[in-house]
Design a protein around this ligand. Structure first.
Ligand SMILES: [Fe+2]
Length: 261
């Protein structure tokens, strides 16, 4: 642990227009912050919040290439000089550091560990965050569009010829049950969406939960078998977000403003 005792900083940023949640956090001892799942409309807000804490944004991290809203990653990386991190195999066409399962991003006493949780997208990570100033065990997990509060991420938006929607649904089942539900019940869960997003169906309006609460009360985790989960998750999928293909392509290119009308 790095000595000096400035506390961790953590803020959840909500964008009600797209029902997206993003996160700014890090270690004030070294003044290094990360943003996870940055939203294009909130770039000024992340920068102002980091400035107010006398800290710099040094890492911009995506759980996956987003298909429902324009990412703030390119704008934020350009503005701050932060390193961009995406799951390996994401297909991102701009300079970034690909993260493998288990790889760490260190921000002083705050350490982010990538956990591969594919299914919503073929390349999708959750991020387990430990604040070593308080304890050696993880404190919260950023689940992106894998485990949501009251639901799970839809598996159809990122399906392509290599992997069908059904294969992605099966992959998602294993990510949820073998990776996320293997985490302790007390762990806080912070997802990328809440009620109002088309990325799920039964989403709660509360943009945070715990592993234990979702284990007990999230119907999508209670299907009983992989086959039953797949059948349930593929039923009544809501319409895709407007401009879904264009948004995903723009976010992959790293030049969102040029590509979106
Ligand atoms: Fe997504």
């Amino acid at each position: 642990m790095i000595t000096c005792q400035a506390p961790i900083y953590f803020r959840q940023f909500l964008n009600d227009e797209t029902a997206c949640a993003s996160y700014l956090f890090g270690c004030k001892t070294v003044g290094e912050f990360a943003v996870v799942d940055a939203h294009a409309d909130l770039v000024d807000d992340y920068v102002a919040a980091a400035d107010s804490q006398g800290s710099k944004i040094v890492a911009v991290i995506e759980t996956h290439i987003q298909a429902d809203h324009v990412s703030g990653l390119p704008g934020l990386a350009e503005r701050t000089g932060a390193t961009a991190y995406l799951p390996e195999g994401s297909g991102a066409e701009f300079a970034h550091r690909p993260l493998a399962d288990g790889q760490l991003v260190e921000l002083g006493n705050t350490v982010v560990e990538a956990i591969a949780t594919p299914g919503h997208a073929p390349a999708h990570h959750s991020y387990l965050v430990t604040d070593h100033r308080r304890g050696e065990e993880p404190w919260f997990v950023l689940t992106g569009d894998s485990l949501l509060v009251g639901d799970v991420g839809r598996p159809d938006l990122h399906a392509a010829s290599e992997e069908s929607v059904e294969e992605l649904a099966r992959t998602l089942y294993r990510s949820l049950h073998e990776r996320l539900l293997a985490l302790p019940d007390h762990l806080l869960v912070y997802p990328a969406h809440y009620a109002g997003s088309v990325c799920g169906r039964g989403l709660s309006g509360h943009p945070a939960s715990t592993i234990g609460f979702e284990r007990r009360h999230n119907d999508a985790l209670d299907a009983g078998s992989e086959d039953a989960f797949v059948e349930a998750v593929l039923k009544d999928i809501p319409p895709a977000p407007e401009q879904q293909a264009e948004i995903a392509a723009a976010n992959r290119s790293g030049e969102p403003s040029a590509a979106i009308a």
